[in-house]
Write a protein that binds this ligand. Structure first.
Ligand code: NAP
Length: 463
């Protein structure tokens, strides 16, 4: 796949880049290894100082960075601005808390002194997706660099401008040459990189096939990995819930980032007694959703990020309908149709879409829909809701709406997910661990545990 920046709103090719050749990759690896040798000896307060400068830089440069994201992958500009701010927040968070998270931890034993010391591992490879082009990178880089590691970013091939801008921001903030580098390389270069002894570990956010491939390459070298993969998150709505709030928040969750969020509410599981009312409100709100040019601050739904994603989503919906699903709204690729303004007709637009009547026998039942497509299920009891929610290969985030404490406790205990949010939108937060179970991956980012993923947890025992 070429490394090209294409505006998904118009289909216009913005820029292309030549991927790094063998010699250039070698130079980057050598630079990373050299940088690590001195960077690992820097003090926490020095690293914190540089991270705070990154945070300030992001805030100053908010509009430019946000526009770059919107132009390269189509997210609504208001969401892009919020993403830059959140990236600034995670840098500040680890600058302020990293030293405390990684301080020596005394343990009482038969030694005169015994403790745990956290030490950096070295150059870490980060393979990142295009959907949150800034946030995904900063939530890896802030803790990794605060811990004394150095980072090598292989960003998704459709967001090279963002990838280069991020490396520039780290350099301008004062991080030494080689501490954070962007490698413009295709995915096929990742497995060979994992075999290089200078790369000590890797993190990947993306699809299952990409995760499997990285984990396999890392496994052959016995290298640590963190995987943040796909999800088909349930949003359970029980009869004690505030239906209006569940519809509004659930739909927002489904539509964020043009429907391309790993933790979007993708499956609405609704108790039979409130199902009709919920469905009616949901369809009404979906039909009023504001689709258009993502640079317009009023736009709620922009285009999908690539032609490939649009084609795949269109096929997935068509197939689901052919196999018996009921379509309530949307359901047709808008590209090339009169439903769009003439200047948007080459864009990768897909409308808010709702499907129901999908049984376990349908392939759609266990697929991830990576776009503005929601699935609606009717259940009779709490047991049925929990069983249906867990009946997918994924386990990323789950949300549930109830005002009954007994129901809430059962949901917290029994949902198979990396996170459960009650009466709210599943979201990432620098202060809370983030990650999945089952085929959604392993390891955690963010919070205290996030900074402890890429460190040597060294046991020290002194007689
Ligand atoms: P993708 O194709 O897997 O791409 C993600 C990254 O992996 C890109 O940098 C890509 O490079 C690289 N890649 C692709 N195939 C690879 C391989 N065989 N070996 C090594 N690297 C490889 O993912 P996507 O489909 O664009 O992204 C959407 C997926 O990411 C969804 O499933 C979504 O749920 C998931 N996601 C998960 C999280 C989370 O935190 N759990 C967050 C966001 C997204 P190229 O671009 O060069 O192919």
């Amino acid at each position: 796949m070429a490394i090209a920046s294409t505006n998904p709103t118009t289909g216009e090719l913005l820029k292309t880049y030549a991927p790094l050749n063998d010699g250039e990759i070698e130079t980057c690896l050598a630079k990373a290894a050299t940088a690590f040798a001195s960077y690992r000896k820097t003090a926490f307060d020095q690293r914190a100082g540089w991270l705070l400068k990154v945070s300030d830089r992001l805030k100053q440069d908010r509009e430019r960075c946000a526009q770059m994201m919107t132009l390269e992958m189509g997210k609504p500009i208001t969401e892009a601005i919020a993403e830059v701010e959140k990236s600034a927040w995670v840098c500040r968070y680890y600058a302020e808390h990293g030293a405390q998270f990684l301080a020596d931890e005394l343990v009482d034993t038969d030694a005169s002194q015994s403790f745990i010391r956290y030490q950096p591992l070295g150059p870490i490879l980060a393979v990142m997706p295009w959907n949150f082009p800034f946030w995904q990178v900063f939530r890896f880089a802030a803790p990794a660099l605060m811990a004394g590691n150095v980072g090598l970013l292989k960003h998704a091939s459709n967001v090279p401008q963002c990838a280069l801008a991020i490396a520039e921001i780290f350099a301008e903030a004062g991080f030494a040459d080689g501490v954070f580098q962007t490698l413009l390389i295709p995915a096929s270069r990742v497995a060979p990189l994992m075999a290089d002894p200078r790369i000590k570990a890797a993190t990947l956010t993306g699809s299952e096939p990409a995760g499997m491939s990285l984990a396999q390459a890392a496994g052959q070298q016995i290298k640590k990995t963190v995987l943040e993969l796909g999800g088909s998150d349930p949003c359970i709505v029980l009869d004690s819930a505030d239906i209006g709030a569940a519809v509004t928040t659930g739909l927002k969750s489904r539509m964020i980032n043009n429907g391309q969020s790993c933790i979007a509410a993708k499956r609405f599981i609704v108790q039979a007694s409130i199902y009709d009312e919920f469905a009616e409100q949901l369809i009404h709100q979906m039909q009023g959703w504001n689709l258009g040019n993502p640079l317009n601050p009023e736009t709620q739904l922009g285009p999908l990020a690539t032609q490939g994603i649009l084609d795949e989503l269109g096929q997935q919906v068509e197939q689901a309908i052919a196999q018996g699903a009921t379509l309530h709204c949307g359901g047709q690729v808008l590209q090339g149709t009169a439903a769009l303004l003439p200047e948007l007709r080459q864009g990768y637009f897909y409308p808010p879409t709702l499907l129901s009547d999908i049984g376990p026998e349908h392939p759609a039942f266990s697929q991830e829909f990576f776009g503005p497509v929601a699935l609606l299920f009717r259940v009779n009891t709490l047991d049925d809701a929990i069983q249906l929610a867990n009946a997918t290969p994924f386990g990323l985030g789950a949300s549930a709406w109830t005002t009954d404490p007994h129901q809430r406790d059962r949901l917290l205990d029994e949902l198979e997910a990396g996170a459960v949010f009650i009466n709210g939108l599943v979201k990432s937060d620098p202060r809370l661990p983030f990650g999945g179970i089952k085929r959604s991956g392993y390891g955690r980012e963010l919070g205290r545990v996030g900074i402890q993923e890429f460190v040597n947890l060294k046991t020290v025992w002194i007689a």
